[in-house]
Design a protein around this ligand. Structure first.
Ligand code: ADP
Ligand code: MG
Length: 211
Protein backbone atom coordinates (compact mmCIF):
# COMPACT_ATOMS: atom_id res chain seq x y z
CA UNK A 1 0.00 0.00 0.00
CA UNK A 2 1.38 3.38 -0.89
CA UNK A 3 0.06 6.86 -0.23
CA UNK A 4 0.10 9.41 -3.03
CA UNK A 5 1.76 12.78 -2.57
CA UNK A 6 -1.51 14.71 -2.63
CA UNK A 7 -2.82 12.46 0.16
CA UNK A 8 0.28 13.24 2.23
CA UNK A 9 -0.59 16.93 1.76
CA UNK A 10 -4.15 16.18 2.93
CA UNK A 11 -2.74 14.45 6.04
CA UNK A 12 -0.54 17.47 6.84
CA UNK A 13 -3.56 19.77 6.41
CA UNK A 14 -5.58 17.50 8.68
CA UNK A 15 -2.78 17.62 11.28
CA UNK A 16 -2.96 21.43 11.11
CA UNK A 17 -6.71 21.27 11.84
CA UNK A 18 -6.25 18.83 14.73
CA UNK A 19 -3.51 20.98 16.28
CA UNK A 20 -5.76 24.00 15.91
CA UNK A 21 -8.70 22.19 17.56
CA UNK A 22 -6.39 21.24 20.47
CA UNK A 23 -4.55 24.51 20.90
CA UNK A 24 -6.14 25.38 24.26
CA UNK A 25 -5.53 21.86 25.57
CA UNK A 26 -1.86 21.91 24.49
CA UNK A 27 -1.39 25.36 25.93
CA UNK A 28 -2.92 24.28 29.26
CA UNK A 29 -0.58 21.28 29.45
CA UNK A 30 2.38 23.57 28.76
CA UNK A 31 1.13 26.16 31.27
CA UNK A 32 1.29 23.59 34.09
CA UNK A 33 5.01 22.88 33.75
CA UNK A 34 6.23 25.32 31.09
CA UNK A 35 5.26 28.77 29.85
CA UNK A 36 1.91 28.02 28.25
CA UNK A 37 2.71 28.79 24.64
CA UNK A 38 2.84 25.36 23.03
CA UNK A 39 -0.69 25.16 21.64
CA UNK A 40 -0.82 28.72 20.37
CA UNK A 41 2.60 28.50 18.75
CA UNK A 42 1.95 25.14 17.13
CA UNK A 43 -1.40 26.24 15.80
CA UNK A 44 0.10 29.42 14.37
CA UNK A 45 2.88 27.37 12.79
CA UNK A 46 0.58 24.81 11.21
CA UNK A 47 -1.75 27.51 9.88
CA UNK A 48 1.31 28.95 8.12
CA UNK A 49 2.15 25.46 6.84
CA UNK A 50 -1.34 25.12 5.37
CA UNK A 51 -0.94 28.43 3.60
CA UNK A 52 2.49 27.41 2.30
CA UNK A 53 1.17 24.13 0.89
CA UNK A 54 -1.80 25.67 -0.91
CA UNK A 55 -0.27 25.21 -4.36
CA UNK A 56 1.69 22.04 -3.57
CA UNK A 57 0.35 18.91 -5.27
CA UNK A 58 2.82 16.60 -3.55
CA UNK A 59 4.82 15.61 -6.62
CA UNK A 60 8.09 16.00 -4.70
CA UNK A 61 7.54 15.16 -1.05
CA UNK A 62 11.14 16.04 -0.24
CA UNK A 63 10.33 19.57 -1.29
CA UNK A 64 7.03 19.50 0.63
CA UNK A 65 8.65 18.36 3.87
CA UNK A 66 11.42 20.93 3.48
CA UNK A 67 8.80 23.69 3.20
CA UNK A 68 6.94 22.36 6.25
CA UNK A 69 10.15 22.19 8.29
CA UNK A 70 11.30 25.67 7.34
CA UNK A 71 7.87 27.15 8.03
CA UNK A 72 7.71 25.52 11.47
CA UNK A 73 11.20 26.77 12.38
CA UNK A 74 10.34 30.31 11.40
CA UNK A 75 6.84 30.50 12.92
CA UNK A 76 6.55 28.21 15.96
CA UNK A 77 9.42 29.45 18.10
CA UNK A 78 10.23 28.07 21.56
CA UNK A 79 11.94 24.71 21.86
CA UNK A 80 9.42 22.85 19.77
CA UNK A 81 9.69 25.03 16.63
CA UNK A 82 13.30 24.12 15.84
CA UNK A 83 12.70 20.52 16.96
CA UNK A 84 9.63 19.88 14.79
CA UNK A 85 11.26 21.90 12.02
CA UNK A 86 14.33 19.68 12.15
CA UNK A 87 12.12 16.58 12.20
CA UNK A 88 10.41 17.56 8.93
CA UNK A 89 13.63 18.74 7.29
CA UNK A 90 15.38 15.48 8.15
CA UNK A 91 12.32 13.64 6.87
CA UNK A 92 12.66 15.62 3.64
CA UNK A 93 16.10 14.18 3.05
CA UNK A 94 14.72 10.66 2.60
CA UNK A 95 11.80 11.80 0.43
CA UNK A 96 13.63 13.70 -2.29
CA UNK A 97 11.92 13.24 -5.65
CA UNK A 98 9.23 10.91 -4.28
CA UNK A 99 5.61 11.48 -5.23
CA UNK A 100 4.29 8.63 -3.08
CA UNK A 101 5.36 6.74 0.04
CA UNK A 102 4.87 3.25 1.42
CA UNK A 103 5.27 1.95 4.98
CA UNK A 104 9.03 1.47 4.55
CA UNK A 105 9.43 5.08 3.41
CA UNK A 106 7.33 6.24 6.34
CA UNK A 107 9.58 4.32 8.74
CA UNK A 108 12.67 5.90 7.16
CA UNK A 109 11.11 9.35 7.54
CA UNK A 110 10.34 8.70 11.21
CA UNK A 111 13.86 7.39 11.84
CA UNK A 112 15.42 10.47 10.27
CA UNK A 113 13.02 12.72 12.19
CA UNK A 114 13.71 11.07 15.54
CA UNK A 115 17.47 11.19 14.98
CA UNK A 116 17.16 14.87 14.04
CA UNK A 117 15.15 15.70 17.18
CA UNK A 118 17.64 13.85 19.38
CA UNK A 119 20.60 15.52 17.75
CA UNK A 120 19.09 18.98 17.94
CA UNK A 121 17.69 18.75 21.49
CA UNK A 122 20.29 16.40 22.92
CA UNK A 123 17.56 14.42 24.66
CA UNK A 124 16.95 10.70 24.95
CA UNK A 125 13.98 8.50 25.80
CA UNK A 126 12.67 9.03 29.35
CA UNK A 127 13.34 12.77 29.69
CA UNK A 128 9.66 13.76 29.40
CA UNK A 129 9.70 15.14 25.86
CA UNK A 130 8.15 14.43 22.46
CA UNK A 131 10.75 11.64 22.10
CA UNK A 132 8.81 9.61 24.69
CA UNK A 133 5.93 9.42 22.23
CA UNK A 134 7.77 9.22 18.91
CA UNK A 135 10.38 6.59 19.79
CA UNK A 136 7.93 3.92 21.09
CA UNK A 137 5.76 4.59 18.02
CA UNK A 138 8.64 4.02 15.64
CA UNK A 139 9.90 0.94 17.48
CA UNK A 140 6.46 -0.63 17.51
CA UNK A 141 5.94 0.14 13.83
CA UNK A 142 9.22 -1.57 12.94
CA UNK A 143 8.29 -4.54 15.10
CA UNK A 144 4.78 -5.10 13.74
CA UNK A 145 5.70 -4.43 10.12
CA UNK A 146 7.23 -7.89 9.79
CA UNK A 147 4.32 -9.60 11.55
CA UNK A 148 2.09 -9.75 8.49
CA UNK A 149 -0.51 -7.27 9.74
CA UNK A 150 -1.94 -4.83 7.22
CA UNK A 151 -0.80 -1.21 7.19
CA UNK A 152 -3.83 0.13 9.04
CA UNK A 153 -3.38 -2.40 11.85
CA UNK A 154 0.36 -1.65 12.01
CA UNK A 155 -0.40 2.07 12.37
CA UNK A 156 -2.97 1.28 15.04
CA UNK A 157 -0.52 -0.80 17.12
CA UNK A 158 2.12 1.91 16.77
CA UNK A 159 -0.41 4.55 17.81
CA UNK A 160 -1.21 2.50 20.92
CA UNK A 161 2.51 2.33 21.79
CA UNK A 162 2.72 6.10 21.30
CA UNK A 163 -0.23 6.56 23.66
CA UNK A 164 1.46 4.42 26.32
CA UNK A 165 4.60 6.54 25.94
CA UNK A 166 2.51 9.69 26.24
CA UNK A 167 0.80 8.44 29.41
CA UNK A 168 4.17 7.56 30.88
CA UNK A 169 5.30 11.19 30.60
CA UNK A 170 2.95 11.88 33.54
CA UNK A 171 5.01 9.64 35.79
CA UNK A 172 8.49 10.91 34.98
CA UNK A 173 10.56 13.92 35.84
CA UNK A 174 11.53 16.35 33.09
CA UNK A 175 15.27 16.60 32.57
CA UNK A 176 15.17 18.61 29.32
CA UNK A 177 13.41 21.79 28.28
CA UNK A 178 11.61 24.35 30.41
CA UNK A 179 9.80 21.74 32.53
CA UNK A 180 13.18 20.53 33.83
CA UNK A 181 13.43 23.76 35.87
CA UNK A 182 10.67 22.31 38.06
CA UNK A 183 12.57 19.11 38.84
CA UNK A 184 10.38 16.67 40.81
CA UNK A 185 7.43 19.07 40.58
CA UNK A 186 7.13 18.18 36.89
CA UNK A 187 6.01 14.68 37.95
CA UNK A 188 2.26 14.16 37.63
CA UNK A 189 1.91 16.32 34.52
CA UNK A 190 1.63 15.16 30.92
CA UNK A 191 4.21 16.59 28.54
CA UNK A 192 2.82 19.07 26.00
CA UNK A 193 5.25 18.22 23.20
CA UNK A 194 4.62 14.49 23.55
CA UNK A 195 0.92 15.32 23.33
CA UNK A 196 1.24 17.29 20.10
CA UNK A 197 3.33 14.45 18.66
CA UNK A 198 0.64 11.96 19.66
CA UNK A 199 -2.06 14.06 18.01
CA UNK A 200 -0.06 14.07 14.75
CA UNK A 201 0.55 10.31 14.79
CA UNK A 202 -3.08 9.61 15.63
CA UNK A 203 -4.16 11.80 12.73
CA UNK A 204 -2.04 9.73 10.33
CA UNK A 205 -3.83 6.59 11.55
CA UNK A 206 -7.30 8.15 11.36
CA UNK A 207 -6.68 9.36 7.83
CA UNK A 208 -5.24 6.10 6.49
CA UNK A 209 -7.96 4.07 8.19
CA UNK A 210 -10.60 6.21 6.53
CA UNK A 211 -9.20 5.70 3.04
P1 ADP B 1 9.23 26.17 25.11
O1 ADP B 1 9.49 25.14 26.19
O2 ADP B 1 10.47 26.83 24.62
O3 ADP B 1 8.15 27.11 25.49
P2 ADP B 1 7.26 24.70 23.60
O4 ADP B 1 6.33 25.02 24.71
O5 ADP B 1 6.80 25.06 22.24
O6 ADP B 1 8.69 25.33 23.85
O7 ADP B 1 7.56 23.14 23.59
C1 ADP B 1 7.78 22.43 24.77
C2 ADP B 1 7.95 20.96 24.41
O8 ADP B 1 9.16 20.77 23.68
C3 ADP B 1 8.09 20.08 25.62
O9 ADP B 1 6.81 19.69 26.09
C4 ADP B 1 8.91 18.91 25.11
O10 ADP B 1 8.10 17.87 24.60
C5 ADP B 1 9.68 19.50 23.96
N1 ADP B 1 11.09 19.65 24.28
C6 ADP B 1 11.67 20.61 25.03
N2 ADP B 1 13.01 20.45 25.06
C7 ADP B 1 13.27 19.34 24.31
C8 ADP B 1 14.47 18.64 23.94
N3 ADP B 1 15.67 19.05 24.34
N4 ADP B 1 14.37 17.55 23.16
C9 ADP B 1 13.15 17.14 22.73
N5 ADP B 1 11.99 17.75 23.03
C10 ADP B 1 12.05 18.83 23.82
MG1 MG C 1 6.27 26.49 26.10
Amino acid sequence: MSIKGYEVISIINKIADVINENKIYLTELDAAIGDGDHGLNMSKGFEAVKEKLKDDNGDDLGNTFKKVGMTLVSTVGGASGPLYGTAFMKGASVLNGKSEIDLDDYIQVLKASLDGIKMRGKAELGEKTMIDCLEPYLNELIKVKSSGLDVVECLNKAKEAAFKGLEKTKEIKATKGRASYLGDRSIGHQDAGATSTYLMLKTVYTYIKGE
